[in-house]
Design a protein around this ligand. Structure first.
Ligand SMILES: Nc1nc2c(c(=O)[nH]1)N[C@H]1C(S)=C(S)[C@@H](COP(=O)(O)O)O[C@H]1N2
Ligand SMILES: [Mo]
Length: 334
């Protein structure tokens, strides 16, 4: 995991904005908004800059600055693997609201209306609030984090996200003592999302984390990837990224966050409880009932007949998150 300084990050966003090729008007406007929000922050972002003095490698043929002594603010979480290309990460997606084929979201998600946007925060918190996207962007300086992403289906990518730790937002709303779980609710608009209303899942798409998982610094509230605002198919304008769990835990296009005493139901758990547990930590030793989880196909890297990579426990983040599950039976709490 790499974390870039605020200034570097916004410089990259701005320089990308000046790139004429492949940058269409809608993205330019959105990008300008994100950059403006970031620039307001940069005056107060010096603490972060001191903590994470780093820049980043150029992922996926992008225009980012070369790596200069980068280090992570979460020790040991540096991913040295080659990032997936932007083309792959933005065209091979799971976003069932827009269809179930990997190529459906990129084709269909242009209808997603990402402005205006806000997240309703409610439940067991001292300060429930409806926070607009503009205010969300200002909660904390943006960081770039390069994470592995492992889908439960047996494929993986390496993606440079832009965002900040979800804990920064959680601290702002001051959870009450009784809050033990956090639920995330995705947008579900049948007018703009062709598969909402289909029987595939119980819409809206919902996910959940235990409070300590939600507060873990690796858990990212993401607004961008590859130095740009999120494309719609990747969960614009704001999504979760929980890198040690199967991809479906990382809910896209979030409109509501609820703090709860009890473990919430989740969309995939409701659809098939024996296949998709609440925890869904990446684990090569716990097979899916219908397939092995011991290996994975890295998108863009493997040919059709190439050998799979070995899947790592907690997706390679055991040093950071292993202690969250100390003493737990991971076969039972899958
Ligand atoms: N709202 C919503 N969020 C979602 C999904 C979805 O269908 N709807 N798919 C999940 C799954 S299965 C995966 S693997 C990741 C994929 O993220 P990506 O397309 O950005 O790689 O998003 C997750 N978040
Ligand atoms: Mo997935």
């Amino acid at each position: 995991m790499l974390i870039k300084s605020q200034d570097q990050c916004m410089q990259d966003l701005l320089s990308r904005e000046l790139t004429p090729k492949g940058v269409f008007e809608g993205r330019r406007t959105a990008l300008r908004k994100l950059a403006n929000a970031g620039l307001i922050l940069s005056a107060t972002g010096s603490a972060l800059n001191a903590r994470a003095q780093s820049s980043s490698i150029a992922p996926g043929g992008g225009k980012l600055a070369p790596l200069v002594g980068a280090h992570s603010s979460v020790l040991g979480a540096v991913v040295m693997e080659k990032p997936t290309t932007y083309a792959d990460a933005s065209s091979y997606n799971n976003y069932y609201e827009f269809g179930t084929d990997k190529g459906d979201p990129v084709k269909n998600a242009h209808t997603l209306k990402i402005s205006p946007w806000s997240i309703q925060i409610e439940g067991l918190v001292k300060k429930p609030m409806k926070i607009t996207l503009e205010d969300l962007l200002k909660v904390h300086p943006m960081e770039e984090r390069i994470y592995r992403m492992r889908c439960v289906e047996g494929w993986s990518m390496v993606i440079p996200w832009v965002g900040y730790s979800l804990s920064e937002l959680i601290n702002k709303v001051e959870p009450l003592g009784g809050a033990k779980f956090v639920e995330f609710v995705s947008m579900a608009d049948p007018k703009t999302m062709p598969f909402v209303g289909s029987g595939i899942l119980d819409w809206p798409y919902t996910e959940g984390l235990r409070m300590d998982e939600a507060m873990h610094p690796l858990t990212l509230l993401s607004f961008g990837m590859y130095g740009e605002v999120l494309p719609n198919q990747s969960g614009a304008p704001v999504r979760l990224v929980v890198p040690w769990k199967y991809g479906f835990k990382s809910a896209k296009s979030i409109v509501k966050i609820r703090f709860l005493e009890k473990m919430p139901a989740t969309a995939w758990n409701k659809a098939a409880a024996n296949e998709y547990g609440f925890y869904s930590n990446v684990n090569p030793n716990v097979d899916h009932p219908r397939w092995s989880q011991a290996g994975e196909r890295r998108i863009g890297e493997d040919g059709l007949f190439a050998k799979k990579r070995k899947t790592l426990i907690f997706n390679g983040y055991e040093a950071q998150v292993g202690q969250l599950y100390a003493g737990m039976d991971l076969q039972k709490n899958f």
